[in-house]
Design a protein around this ligand. Sequence first.
Ligand code: ATP
Ligand code: MG
Length: 365
Amino acid sequence: MIDVGALRTAIGRVEDPEIRRSLEELNMLRDVDVSDDGSVRVLVALTIPGCPLKDKLTEDVTAAAQTVAGVVAVSVEFTSMTDEERANLMTDVRGDAGSEISLARPGSKTRIIAVSSGKGGVGKSSVTTNLAVALAAQGNTVGVMDADVWGFSIPRMLGVDRPPTVVEETLFPPEAHGVKAMSMDFFVPDDQAVIWRGPMLHKALEQFLADVHWDDPDYLLIDMPPGTGDISISISQFLPMAQALIVTTPQITAQRVAKRAGLMALKVKQDIIGVVENMSWFTGDDGKKYPIFGEGGGAALAAELDVPLLGQVPLVPEVRAGADAGEPIAVAAPDSEVARAFAAIADEIIERKPRLRSHPQLVIN
Ligand SMILES: Nc1ncnc2c1ncn2[C@@H]1O[C@H](COP(=O)(O)OP(=O)(O)OP(=O)(O)O)[C@@H](O)[C@H]1O
Ligand SMILES: [Mg+2]
């Protein structure tokens, strides 16, 4: 005989893959039917019809049911919640946050790190992606917000293959390699350009923060667009506690440009967590390190900004290949030199909690 109570409990503990709460808590488990021959029929109410994670739920519910003695076969069926049930559930999930930015509340446990640089193409998005998966691999909950509204690249680099799910007004960010992601990429049809001006950008970024169910991750990394424009100002207004991480190449001229991003961070009173030097060297077949983009830019910038150099990331074709394939090198080849560099930088970030000091007054020139 199947213990129906135990069966209900086992299935009730299954988590909704998106909301990350148990079916029991979410009142999604509607019926559990047991036949004499050991077959079990489960009815689950979804928040929205055609929920993209049906397969995962079916798998998890089946596995949970099969842990109970006597269960021979499991069939999972779905129904949808009523509008009222859905509205109640969302009030419950979002708490009293409403449309405010819960990440910005005093006491929020989320550390927010804006990955910035003075100029484009130095590897902000690659560093953001790989640090995010490195932090997640160490057991942290991590989100990445792609604030590069025009040049979004996070979903592709992270290998996110589906858009967010929208329930009521709330967006549930899709996840890949343990990292949740939100990007303009999900909302702009292919081969169309984003031509928004400041106020619309500001609004879009606000929605990415207020209407997205980030669920208070341990870390939220923000992939910034190149330079120091409106977006940097908006982010600092929405998230005054965000820290900045400055990416540069070893080239001295690049370091001068990157300094501007650092000074911008200080101007908007962002604590600078440190500098990451990317594309530091290329190791040839002969085992020799070739400093293709020069040397010393990262250390010089760190010294000038009076912050630590958190690490140097070598130039390796696999970083680009991993980004193109949506398999970040930090997870694709965790023992490689470059993955270890990212893991070490993640460790530095974990160690260096925000400093509680005021900033020296600096003037951008
Ligand atoms: N360490 C590295 N080794 C090899 N290729 C790299 C490395 N870092 C970045 N790249 C490649 O360099 C290019 C630019 O990197 P990425 O897109 O991360 O820079 P970015 O600073 O975010 O650029 P943008 O300013 O356009 O947003 C990409 O093709 C990326 O795959
Ligand atoms: Mg980028």
